[in-house]
Design a protein around this ligand. Structure first.
Ligand SMILES: Cc1cc2nc3c(=O)[nH]c(=O)nc-3n(C[C@H](O)[C@H](O)[C@H](O)COP(=O)(O)OP(=O)(O)OC[C@H]3O[C@@H](n4cnc5c(N)ncnc54)[C@H](O)[C@@H]3O)c2cc1C
Length: 427
C-alpha cells in the first residue's frame, strides 16, 4: 500500500489541525516532515534577513516539541534541508509516498513555493491534499464571498458578528489511532542560539505545550483575560497582553482553541468587555488575513491598496541605521527599537509609535520598516505585519487615511514615570 506524508509548515501543532486530521483520516501509513528551505536564510530586497535569530530559535523550539510529541505517539518528525520542492520529492520517492497532506496557503511567497512543489510532485504522480486555514473563522463561515470582503474592519466585524459562526475544535490525534510509517529514527532537533536578554517581556519558549500552558495561565490561573481591555496598551512585563501572537504566528496555537477557552472562561467566571475584546482583536487578525488573501501581493507594494502615488522615497542610510539601532534621540522610539532588537518582541503600542515615526517623522518608505519587523519579530505574520504597516502608512485598509502619532504625548500617556524608557535606555 502507498504511504502518505504530512508536511508541517506554519501549523506546528497537533491540536485542532484540519490538514493533519485529513492526513490521519486517510488511514494509511503516515510520516511527518518539516522543511528548512535555504530561501529562509537569504537576504531580502530591503537588505534585511527573512528570519532573524530570535524567530529561528523559537521555530526550532516548536519543532523540537513536535518531535517529542510525535515520538510519544510512536512516530517521529523529520526535518529536511533544501529547496522545498526537491526535498519533499526526494523524501516521497525514497519512501513510496503517493500523497502529501499539508495546510492551505494564501500568502504570496508561500503560495509560490507550494505551487512549485505541486508541479515537481505532479511529474511523479504524487498528489498534494490541502486543507485547513490559520484563521478563527474559516472562509466558508464568512457571511459573504471573499471577493466582497469590506474595505475596512468595522463593516467586516459587524457583518461577521451578526451571523457568528465558529467551528468546533477537532479531535486531537491523541484520541484516535494513526499508523506511523516505519522509518529510521530522525536526528534530534538542535535549537539554534540567540542572545537572551533578562529584561524580556516574553520569557516563553516555542511549542504547542508552552502555548497551551500560557493560554491556561492567562485565563484560568491569573484571570488576566478579565482585565485585558484595561491593560492591553501596556509596555512592560509578560501580562499586560496575552503574548498569544508568538505561538499563533507558527501555528503552535489554534485561534479557535483561544476562542473556545474564552467561552469556557466566560461560562465559569462570567464575561465582560475584556473577554470580548480579545475576540475582537482576533477578528482584526482574521481581517488582515482575509484582506491579504483577497489583495494578494498588492499589500507589499509601495502604493499598497491605493491606485496611484508619488514614486517611492529613496532610503536615507543614516535614518535607517538610527531607527533600527534605537539611536534616533527620541527616547520612546529608541527604547522600543532596542527592546525589539534584544528580544524579538515589542508591544502593540510600541509598534504603532515606531512605525509612525519611520513613516511620518522620518518620511521613509514604509516597506523598509515592515521588512525590518519581518526580520526581528518572533511573532512575524505576513498579513498582520504588512497589513498593519500599510494601514499606518495610509495605503492599507483605512478610510481615514494615514495615522500619525504624537510621540511625546504617547510617551507621557503610556510611560508617565519613564520606567519603560529607563529599562531599555539606561540598564
Ligand atoms: C506596525 C505593526 C506591525 C505588526 N506586526 C505584527 C506581526 O507581524 N504579527 C502579529 O501577530 N501581529 C502584529 N501586529 C499586531 C499586534 O501588535 C500584535 O499582534 C500584538 O502586539 C501581539 O501581542 P499579544 O499576542 O500579546 O497581543 P494581544 O493584545 O494579547 O492580542 C491577542 C491577539 O490578537 C491579535 N491582534 C492584536 N492586535 C492586533 C492587530 N493590531 N492586528 C492584528 N492582530 C492583532 C493577535 O493575534 C494577538 O496575539 C503588528 C502591529 C503593528 C502596529
Amino acid at each position: 500500500m502507498k504511504q502518505v506524508v504530512y508536511w508541517f509548515k506554519s501549523d506546528l501543532r497537533i491540536h485542532d489541525n484540519e490538514a493533519l486530521h485529513a492526513a490521519i483520516q486517510s488511514d494509511r501509513p503516515l510520516a511527518f516532515i518539516y522543511i528548512w528551505d535555504p530561501l529562509q536564510d537569504l537576504p531580502t530586497r530591503w537588505g534585511t534577513l527573512k528570519i532573524g535569530a530570535h524567530r529561528k530559535k523559537f521555530i526550532f523550539e516548536c519543532l523540537q516539541q513536535l518531535q517529542h510529541q510525535l515520538r510519544s505517539l510512536n512516530s517521529d518528525l523529520h526535518v529536511l534541508q533544501g529547496p522545498s520542492d526537491q526535498a519533499i520529492l526526494e523524501f516521497c520517492l525514497s519512501n513510496q509516498i503517493d500523497t502529501v497532506f499539508t495546510q492551505s496557503e494564501y500568502f504570496p511567497e508561500e503560495l509560490k513555493i507550494l505551487e512549485q512543489t505541486r508541479q515537481a510532485l505532479k511529474a511523479h504522480e504524487i498528489n498534494i491534499h490541502l486543507a485547513g486555514e490559520s484563521t478563527l473563522l474559516r472562509e466558508i463561515d464568512l457571511p459573504f464571498p471573499l471577493g466582497q470582503l469590506p474595505n475596512s474592519f468595522t463593516p467586516f466585524r459587524t457583518k461577521v458578528e451578526s451571523q457568528w459562526k465558529i467551528a468546533d475544535l477537532l479531535k486531537s490525534p491523541h484520541q484516535f489511532k494513526f499508523r506511523p510509517m516505519n522509518l529510521s529514527l530522525s536526528e534530534e532537533i538542535q535549537i539554534p542560539l540567540a542572545v537572551h536578554d533578562s529584561r524580556t517581556a516574553i520569557p516563553f519558549s516555542g511549542g504547542e505545550h508552552h502555548a497551551l500552558q500560557r493560554l491556561n495561565e492567562y485565563l484560568f490561573e491569573r484571570h488576566d483575560i478579565s482585565r485585558y481591555k484595561e491593560t492591553r496598551n501596556g509596555l512592560m512585563g509578560c501580562d499586560y497582553s496575552s503574548k498569544f501572537s508568538l505561538w499563533l504566528a507558527h501555528g503552535a496555537l489554534s485561534p479557535r482553541m483561544i476562542y473556545h477557552e474564552i467561552k469556557a472562561y466566560e461560562q465559569k467566571h462570567g464575561g465582560n468587555e475584556s473577554t470580548y475584546w480579545m475576540i475582537f482583536e482576533l477578528l482584526w487578525r482574521d481581517y488582515f488575513h482575509f484582506a491579504m488573501q483577497k489583495s494578494k501581493s498588492q499589500l507589499f507594494q509601495w502604493a499598497g491598496l491605493q491606485v496611484a502615488r508619488c514614486p517611492p522615497i529613496p532610503l536615507d542610510q543614516e535614518k535607517w541605521k538610527n531607527w533600527k539601532n534605537g539611536t534616533t534621540g527620541q527616547r520612546f522610539i529608541d527604547a522600543n527599537m532596542r527592546e525589539l532588537k534584544a528580544t524579538g518582541f515589542m508591544s502593540n503600542r510600541g509598534r504603532q509609535n515606531v512605525a509612525s515615526y519611520w513613516v511620518h517623522e522620518y518620511a521613509q518608505d514604509w516597506r523598509y520598516g515592515a521588512a525590518y519587523f519581518e526580520e526581528q519579530l518572533i511573532d512575524y505574520d505576513p498579513a498582520n505585519n504588512w497589513g498593519n504597516w500599510a494601514y499606518l502608512a495610509g495605503v492599507g485598509h483605512d478610510p481615514r487615511g494615514w495615522r500619525k502619532f504624537n510621540i511625546e504625548k504617547q510617551s507621557l500617556q503610556y510611560d508617565p514615570d519613564d520606567k519603560y524608557q529607563k529599562l531599555w535606555l539606561e540598564q
